[in-house]
Write a protein that binds this ligand. Structure first.
Ligand SMILES: *Cc1c(COP(=O)(O)O)cnc(C)c1O
Length: 418
């Protein structure tokens, strides 16, 4: 079947969820036409209601000063709690297991303080060889902090020769082989480069079998794939909110700690007053008493303006629901895949796995000879996507604001550039 622009527009007309796009600001080109924005996996677009949520807090700060902690329309003292139930739903966790705090790399460090406790016998960490750089820096520096050498302690998961994505069976074999020496498995839920999604539950079970902890970085999963974090049994997880969760650049991140750890006061942690028991937080006592939930990992009173932007965005997710969104993302992504398959053989190669349980909204497109000029050309022609060395263009049709027409326009622009 040949695809046309008219067909893409018809698909948009037939889908009631197309109306969601109206809730977002789509960046415009100089001539007033919208960019083909396929970069929501890097920075999600701004919901139109975000300004109102921010304005409310600016008003309350203007009119109430410090009293806003208790008397703002949405009091700042418990403000992070307003986000918890929504966020818990997005990652499939119990509300007590989720907290919105800090930023992603910070949360990875804080959670590793509690959950990477190496000993002479058990000190190794399994990670993806091509993990996001920040995760690698965090992991290596934690290993060194504990007096070990990443050369001995780091076990990297690599694709087989001639392959680009990891085979799940290889992950499991590596876990079993590392065995008693394995302290922690820390993987991305969806690999940022290939777009490959992992089975959190299967990996966690394998890790627990050998007595290891399992943690996940959900930066590319949260708001993209309907996860079931609690049921996966994962010990901890962290994710940023500015990618699929549309909360604005550098906004505050999410963290998950499985409930089985909430009452364990023997876990080491870097503490701060916001993690202290709420009833006595302001008694300014000397003894730290951790809140027995994910909130116990908080350090500081959070930046309310950022939380307000997250709240605005989460209200849209709550309205639509992750399953519905996931469904639409799958349809859009499949449509884009079909379009890309029409580009004659060998010109491009989509490296993202095609099974529904192994990918989300992102497609990673390998460009022959790593010819970056192709990327520069599509950028000049109105596509916002990103280039990842050595040879990949990443595109993500985000189900909240991207359309079939976006997919079609991208395909046409890419085909012309090639
Ligand atoms: C986006 C991303 C980060 C970014 O970390 P920040 O602390 O938010 O700057 C880290 N890890 C992964 C896997 C990411 O995708």
């Amino acid at each position: 079947m040949t695809h046309t622009l008219a067909q893409a527009q018809e698909l948009d007309r037939q889908d009631p969820l197309s109306a969601l796009r109206e809730k977002f600001w789509i960046p415009l080109q100089k001539d007033g036409t919208p960019y083909v924005y396929l970069c929501g996996n890097s920075l999600g677009l701004q919901p139109k209601i975000t300004a109102q949520y921010l304005q409310q807090e600016l008003e309350d700060w203007k009119n109430l000063g410090v009293e806003g902690h208790f008397h703002a329309k949405n009091p700042w003292m418990p403000y992070h709690e307003f986000l918890t139930a929504y966020m818990a739903k997005i990652v499939g966790a119990k509300p007590s297991e989720v907290v919105v705090m800090n930023t992603l790399s910070v949360n990875i460090h804080l959670l590793m303080v509690s959950f990477y406790r190496p000993s002479k016998e058990r000190f190794k960490i399994i990670m993806e060889a091509d993990a996001f750089p920040s995760d690698r820096y965090a992991i290596e520096s934690q290993i060194k902090f504990h007096g070990y050498d990443p050369k001995d302690a780091l076990v990297e998961l690599k694709a087989r020769p001639g392959e680009v994505t990891l085979r799940e069976e290889d992950i499991h074999t590596t876990i079993r082989q590392t065995g008693d020496a394995l302290a922690l498995v820390l993987l991305g839920g969806v690999n940022y480069y290939t777009g490959q999604a992992f089975d959190l539950k299967a990996i966690t079970q394998e890790a627990h079998q050998v007595g290891s902890i399992a943690g996940f970085d959900l930066a590319h999963m949260a708001g993209n794939i309907d996860v079931a974090l609690h049921d996966s049994g994962a010990d901890f997880a962290a994710w940023c909110t500015y990618k699929y969760l549309n909360s604005g650049p550098g906004s505050v991140a999410g963290a998950f700690v499985h409930e089985r750890h909430h009452q364990n006061h023997d876990l080491p942690r870097f503490a701060g007053w916001w993690g202290h028991d709420k009833a006595t937080r302001f008694n300014m006592r000397h003894d730290f008493k951790a809140i027995e939930s994910a909130e116990g990992w908080q350090l500081s009173n959070p930046p309310i303006l950022s939380l307000a932007a997250i709240r605005a965005s989460l209200s849209i997710f709550a309205e639509v629901g992750m399953e519905t969104l996931r469904d639409r993302a799958w349809r859009l992504t499949q449509y884009l895949r079909e379009l890309l398959a029409q580009i004659p053989d060998g010109r491009i190669h989509v490296i993202t796995p095609s099974e529904r349980h192994r990918c989300g909204a992102q497609l990673s497109i390998q460009i022959p000879n790593g010819n970056k000029k192709i990327f520069e050309q599509i950028t000049a022609d109105g596509v916002i996507a990103d280039w990842r060395e050595p040879d990949v263009i990443r595109v993500a049709p985000a189900p909240l604001y991207n359309s079939y027409e976006d997919c079609y326009r991208f395909y046409e622009i890419l085909r012309n550039a090639l």
